[in-house]
Ligand binder design. Structure first.
Ligand code: FAD
Ligand code: FES
Length: 268
């Protein structure tokens, strides 16, 4: 039976219906999920998925890639890493998945308005949350420019989806597709030409460190962070990151205070 209820921390819990699942690149899967929870979702938030295996006690956090509130369908895109995500990749249309969410703060899109320009920077499996972000920014009339970095051509994902909302630049570490190098190669050139009104980024720690340093004093530059999680709802402090300029040691929980933080805030 499908259930949807608010628990005491106001996180929804629902057995979402898997509408479809397909492999879009080697070891990278797109899963479409349907349920009432979709109506509460915002770009940059994540879902906490229970792996249907009794040995996997901890849920797996996966970002929301696309949101279709009309049909109550959300899309996630994830890479098979180890056992938990491998089990998720075996699920089929018609199965249900025990899901908590939508969790986290998401990207603040209110800081930009029509006629302004936003830069989206994504690395590898950090690209998915940028798709819904781009869609909602474009719908507001914001010009969207995306720079996506991948290891190699086979790993390139979501280029076409993001191209629907603005110009997309792709880099690959080995030069097998797009510009050879890291996202910094393109971003450093673009910033000579554009003064971006907001920057939204998600990717590996090294990429986030670059964005953090490059846009440290920008008033609207955001990093979506990853951290190992347990409860995923702010109670256990398994996911803390540390504030850079706190007078005393201060922590922020990625699951509850993040996963999105402003640049210049967190020790990376
Ligand atoms: C906010 C957030 C959003 C994410 N969004 C995506 C996404 O959209 N697509 C995607 O492919 N991956 C995403 N990840 C990473 C994803 O959660 C891990 O790859 C996944 O949990 C690995 O599970 P596993 O069972 O295959 O690996 P295992 O290593 O067996 O997992 C063991 C434990 O470690 C945790 N863990 C392992 N790797 C990570 C990681 N990188 N980050 C956080 N916890 C981890 C697992 O959740 C689990 O509790 C996200 C992580 C966070 C924190
Ligand atoms: S995972 Fe428990 S507080 Fe973040």
């Amino acid at each position: 039976m499908n259930s949807s209820c608010k628990d005491k921390t106001s996180v929804l819990k629902e057995d979402l219906l898997i509408v479809s699942q397909r492999e879009i690149a080697p070891r990278i899967f797109e899963m479409k999920l349907s349920g009432e929870m979709v109506l509460d979702m915002a770009p940059g938030q994540f879902l906490h998925l229970r792996v249907p295996d009794p040995s996997k006690l901890l849920r797996r956090p996966i970002s929301i890639c696309q949101i279709d509130k009309v049909n109550k369908v959300a899309t996630i895109v994830y890479r098979v890493e180890r056992a938990g995500t491998a089990i998720l990749s075996q699920l089929k249309a018609g199965d249900r998945i025990d899901t908590m969410g939508p969790q986290g703060n998401g990207f603040d899109l209110s800081v930009v308005s029509a006629g302004q320009t936003a830069l989206l920077i994504g690395g590898g499996i950090g690209v998915p949350p940028l798709v819904e972000t781009a869609k909602q920014l474009a719908a507001k009339g914001v010009e969207v420019i995306s720079v996506l970095g991948f290891a190699t051509k086979d790993a390139v994902i979501l280029e076409e989806e993001l191209s629907a909302y603005g110009k997309v630049y792709v880099t690959t570490d080995d030069g097998s597709y797009g510009t050879k190098g890291y996202v910094s190669t393109v971003v450093d050139e673009l910033t000579k030409e554009y003064s971006f009104d907001a920057i939204y980024s998600c990717g590996a720690p090294g990429m986030l460190k670059y964005v953090d340093q490059k846009f440290e004093n920008h008033p609207h530059a955001y990093l979506s962070m990853e951290s190992r999680m347990a409860c995923g709802m702010g109670a256990c402090y398994a996911c803390v990151v540390h504030l850079r300029n706190a007078k005393e040691a201060a922590n922020k929980r990625v699951c509850e205070d993040g996963p999105v933080f402003e640049t210049g805030q967190i020790i990376l």
